[in-house]
Design a protein around this ligand. Structure first.
Ligand SMILES: [Zn+2]
Length: 232
């Protein structure tokens, strides 16, 4: 049936273009997913940086506390050397001991902070390495996708005139059905009968419908999904 042949020609072109659009969409989604992944990695980096800054500030404070204690100890030692009274001597001695034990405790804390900082640094450098790899991979993906999508674009633009021509040949009533159903059902509006079922929704077709389709004298629609049926 000529009406259906014309529709099929238009539908085939339409479907091909849809397919190219879908392929482009898939590729763009991949690029977007990758961008999300990288931004998640960057988000992951921020708290590490913050802990590192805190750790360094704490280390500086402890270092200056240690220096203070050292100068106090030195001062007390000087006083100790010139102490004349026993009470003064023992007071200074115990003060020195106290400061020394405080200094030891601070230095232990400082070591713990340094090892924590080192740990954070390793974490950050590992993250940076992964980030660098991901960025490299992302750039490759992006350039590949843009190249592939350009090819799809050019295929699509080459099909635009044939599509328009094919469309202009399609019977107006049939075209109206196609345009109405296509957004919901996709580009498979003219379907072949599959055994005795609609090739679109697979509902079983009544024998008289099947007979009308076989006669090829009129356009027959699926009662259930509204698609146009053909027997080939
Ligand atoms: Zn159907």
């Amino acid at each position: 049936m000529e009406i259906l042949d014309q529709l099929r020609q238009y539908q085939d072109l339409f479907a091909k273009i849809e397919l190219y659009h879908a392929e482009m969409g898939k590729r763009n989604d991949k690029v977007e997913d990758f961008e999300k992944k990288i931004s998640e990695m960057l988000t992951e980096r921020a708290p590490h940086e913050e802990r590192m800054t805190q750790g360094r500030a704490l280390a500086r404070k402890f270092e200056s506390d240690v220096a203070d204690l050292e100068s106090k100890i030195t001062k007390s030692r000087d006083q100790l050397a010139s102490a004349t009274q026993a009470s003064e001597y023992s007071g200074l001695k115990s003060q020195i001991e106290k400061h020394e034990s405080e200094k030891v405790a601070l230095e232990e804390n400082l070591l713990a902070i340094f090892s924590k900082i080192e740990e954070i640094e390793l974490g950050i450098s590992d993250l940076d390495q992964r980030l660098a790899n991901a960025k490299e991979e992302y750039l490759e993906l992006k350039s590949r996708v843009s190249k592939e999508n350009q090819e799809f674009e050019s295929e699509i633009s080459q099909l635009s005139t044939p599509l328009e021509e094919a469309r202009s040949k399609v019977d107006a009533e049939v075209l109206e059905v196609f345009d109405r159903l296509q957004p919901g059902l996709g580009s498979n509006i003219l379907v072949n009968v599959d055994g005795s079922n609609c090739g679109g929704c697979h509902v079983s077709l009544a024998p008289q419908i099947l007979e009308r389709i076989r006669q090829k004298k009129e356009v027959v629609f699926c009662n259930f999904c509204g698609r146009i049926l053909e027997c080939r």
